[in-house]
Design a protein around this ligand. Structure first.
Ligand code: KG4
Ligand code: ZN
Length: 359
């Protein structure tokens, strides 16, 4: 028994005496939902960022947790090999392994967590746990030509398939959730609306593509009244459902005939909800630096609205590169790098955490 407690301390001692702070190579693993991803970072730069998207879920209209974990098990080794090959480094050069500890689907997280733990143990290098939502925010600190990272403090809006949050970011590791969704996440709102329109999963990007060609004012949908900086999207889905039922009773081809206008109207409503809350958060905190993260930050409507806010409201906005919007391991790698510099290592007893609250 004693050995079990002593072993992690021994490894920690081993790493801490040999940690180098300059030429850091991090291998990062992301497996929280339905994308298996591995990335290699050299300090704060991405050398490779491989994402295997699981197509299997399309036929079910949403992520099936059990199929996701099975697909992660199939994908993880080839994805890691590809990431190392593309970065052109040998695993013996790695300084540490970073992995997504949570939040996410337990079965999916277990695959990445177990893989990362084993590899770190086998290579005798530190293991670094990463919160997925923190990674969506800190993706802005990946060094890319022509981009500047946000200055602290800033407001981050994380908009994904699982989350909708407004976060006050005081430093890399000091974050406070100011508001979040009380029901569906914004990505879910996009995906569920798309499903009602007969579009395949994940429907968010398809709603976006159609919306670009439609009239956003064609069909007005009500906006929910939610106190403070919290969100609610479940009512919107219901009003879209009733609207479609009413219209198709009169004209069975209504959806196909008006797809672009319906998508533009849905997107306009969702972006309006997000922007209203952001304006409120700016008013409340006095902070005008805004960064977005998560899959929905790829949406053309939110990107345009934020760029306009720079002109009309004087905000400074930070939009992630498309590659870093949806789930990817490079964002896990940048947190790994930042934690490595502060020697924030995890021990081998660490476990995955499906509900892992930011801050
Ligand atoms: O961050 P992410 O890859 O996974 C989660 O952590 O959830 O986000 C996926 C979500 C999905 O709901 C997807 O439909 C949405 O992001 N999404 C979009 C767009 N691209 C991805 N939603 C609207 N417009 C897009 N262009
Ligand atoms: Zn995500």
């Amino acid at each position: 028994m004693i050995g079990l407690y002593v072993l992690p301390l021994y490894y920690q001692f081993l790493f801490q005496t040999s940690v180098e702070h300059q030429n850091i190579y991090i291998l990062a693993i992301e497996s929280s939902c339905d994308d298996t991803s591995a990335a290699v970072l050299y300090n704060d730069k991405t050398l490779s960022n491989i994402v295997a998207t699981q197509k299997i879920h399309e036929e079910y209209g949403g992520v099936v947790p059990e199929l996701a974990s099975r697909a992660h098990q199939q994908n993880i080794v080839p994805v890691v090999h590809q990431a190392l090959a593309k970065a052109n480094i040998d695993k013996k050069q790695l300084s540490a392994i970073a992995f997504t500890r949570g939040p996410g689907l337990m079965g999916s997280l277990l695959v990445g967590t177990s893989f990362a733990k084993s590899l770190a143990l086998g290579l005798s290098i530190p293991l670094i746990e990463v919160n997925h939502m923190q990674a969506h925010i800190l993706a802005h600190f990946i060094k890319e030509e022509g981009t500047t990272p946000p200055q602290f403090p800033f407001l981050a809006m994380t908009i994904s398939g699982g989350h909708t949050q407004i976060v006050l970011v005081r430093s890399y590791f000091e974050m406070e959730i100011l508001g979040e969704t009380l029901d569906d996440a914004v990505g879910e709102a996009f995906d569920k609306s798309a499903k009602l329109l007969g579009l395949p999963y994940p429907g968010g990007p398809l709603v976006d593509a159609n919306a670009r060609k439609g009239n956003p004012l064609a069909f007005p949908f009500p906006r929910p009244k939610v106190a403070g900086l919290n969100f609610s999207f479940s009512g919107l889905k219901t009003s879209i459902l009733y609207f479609i039922q009413k219209q198709t009773a009169k004209n069975p081809d209504f959806v196909s005939e008006h797809m672009e206008d319906i998508c533009a109207s849905i997107q306009y409503t969702i972006i309006g909800i997000l922007m209203d809350k952001l304006k409120k958060a700016v008013q409340q905190t006095g902070i005008q630096q805004i960064a977005i993260g998560g899959g929905v930050s790829a949406n053309s409507g939110i990107r345009k609205a934020l760029q306009e806010a720079e002109q009309t409201l004087g905000w400074t906005t930070y939009l992630p590169k498309f590659e870093y919007c949806t789930d990817n391991a490079a964002m896990i790698g940048i947190v790994g790098y930042l934690k490595y510099k502060e020697e924030k290592f995890s021990d081998q007893a660490i476990t995955a955490k499906a509900r892992y609250i930011l801050g």
